[in-house]
Design a protein around this ligand. Structure first.
Ligand SMILES: [Zn+2]
Length: 303
C-alpha cells in the first residue's frame, strides 16, 4: 500500500488477521529498507507483499528497527541469514539482545505464554554483531533516496527510536503512538519490563514537535490526524497508569488485579472500536498483561 513516492507498507497478516502488524518499505533502485520486518511467521506474507510492489526480499539492503520486540524485529536474524549483506539499524541499548536473543525469548515467553511462542514468532535467529549499526538518536540515515532522522523515543521500550522523513513528513513511530486499528481506540501497549510513563510522554511530545504530516503505526498503518492522535495516546497512557496505580492499593493478588484491568481495558476499547476489530488489538498486546508493565513501573518508582 503506497504512502508516498518510494514509501509503502505491507500488511503481514499476522496469525491470519489483517491490520495487526505492518512493515514499512522504503525503496529506490538499488536500495530497499524495511522498517520493522515483523516476526518470522510472517516472512511469506512479507515476501508476497514486496512482490506485489515489484520488489524482492533478496534485494533488501537495510532494516530499520524501532525496537527489538518480536512483533517488530523477530524475523531480522532469519532475513539476514538469507541476505548477509543487510545492515540492521537499532538503538545501542537493544543491540545485544539481537545478537543473543536468549533473554528476549525468555521475556516474551513470560508475556505471551510459552505455548504461543512457536505459533506467534517462529524462528528467532541471532543477528551477527558485524551486521548491526548502533544508533543513539540524532543520526541521519539514507535509504531509498531519502534521509531519515533518528529520534530517541524511549518509554514503551528503553531503546525505542522513531525514524522521520522530513521530505514526506512521515514519522515511523513504532509503538510510541500506540496501537490503533482502523480508526478505533488508541491503546498504548505497556508490556514489561521497560515501561516508563514519564519518558514515554516526553517521547510523544518529541514526535509532536517534529510536526509530522503523517505518523505511521506498526499496529496499524498511517494516521493523518497527528496532533489529536498524539493527545489521545498521551491521555490514554496517563489513564492506564492511574488505574494500575490505584489497583496496587486494592487488597487482591496481581493476577486478580491484572484480570480486572484487562476487562476494563476491553470495555474501553469496545466503546470506540468496531467489535469485529477488537481481537486485532490482543495478539500484540494481551490486555491483562499490560497491567504488569505499569505495575512494575510504579513499584520501581516507590523503591
Ligand atoms: Zn508492537
Amino acid at each position: 500500500m503506497p504512502l508516498a513516492l518510494g514509501l509503502s507498507y505491507v500488511d503481514l497478516d499476522f496469525l491470519g488477521r489483517q491490520n495487526t502488524i505492518a512493515t514499512a518499505v522504503i525503496s529506490a533502485p538499488g536500495s530497499i529498507a524495511l522498517v520493522d520486518p515483523g516476526p518470522s511467521t510472517c516472512i511469506e506474507s512479507l515476501e508476497l507483499g514486496l512482490q506485489s510492489q515489484g520488489l524482492r526480499l533478496e534485494d533488501v539492503t537495510a532494516i530499520f528497527l524501532t525496537h527489538i520486540h518480536l512483533d517488530h524485529a523477530g524475523a531480522t536474524g532469519t532475513i539476514v541469514r538469507r541476505q548477509p549483506r543487510i545492515q540492521v539499524f537499532v538503538h545501542e541499548r537493544g543491540a545485544s539482545h539481537l545478537s543473543d536473543p536468549t533473554k528476549l525469548i525468555e521475556s516474551a515467553a513470560r508475556f505471551f505464554g510459552p505455548s504461543n511462542m512457536e505459533r506467534f514468532w517462529g524462528d528467532i535467529a541471532p543477528v551477527p554483531t558485524e551486521r548491526l549499526c548502533l544508533l543513539r538518536g540524532g543520526e541521519h540515515l539514507d535509504a531509498g533516496g531519502r534521509s531519515f532522522e533518528v529520534i530517541f523515543t524511549p518509554g514503551h521500550a528503553s531503546h525505542h527510536v522513531t525514524y522521520f522523513d522530513r521530505s514526506s513528513g512521515i514519522a515511523f513511530v513504532g509503538d510510541t503512538a500506540g496501537i490503533r486499528i482502523s480508526g478505533g481506540h488508541v491503546l498504548p501497549p505497556t508490556p514489561p519490563p521497560d515501561i516508563d510513563v514519564d519518558l514515554w510522554l516526553d517521547s510523544i511530545g518529541q514526535i509532536g514537535a517534529l510536526r509530522p504530516r503523517t505518523i505511521f503505526l506498526t499496529h496499524f498503518g498511517p494516521v493523518e490526524e497527528v496532533q489529536p492522535h498524539l493527545q489521545t495516546v498521551a491521555a490514554n497512557l496517563r489513564w492506564m497508569a492511574r488505574v494500575v496505580r490505584e489497583s496496587l492499593s486494592v487488597d487482591a493478588s496481581d493476577e486478580a488485579r491484572s484480570r480486572d484491568f484487562g476487562d476494563r481495558l476491553r470495555r474501553e476499547i469496545l466503546q470506540r472500536t468496531d467489535p469485529t476489530l477488537v481481537p486485532a488489538y490482543e495478539p500484540t498486546a494481551p490486555l491483562e498483561s499490560l497491567w504488569f508493565g505499569l505495575a512494575r513501573y510504579w513499584r520501581k518508582k516507590e523503591v
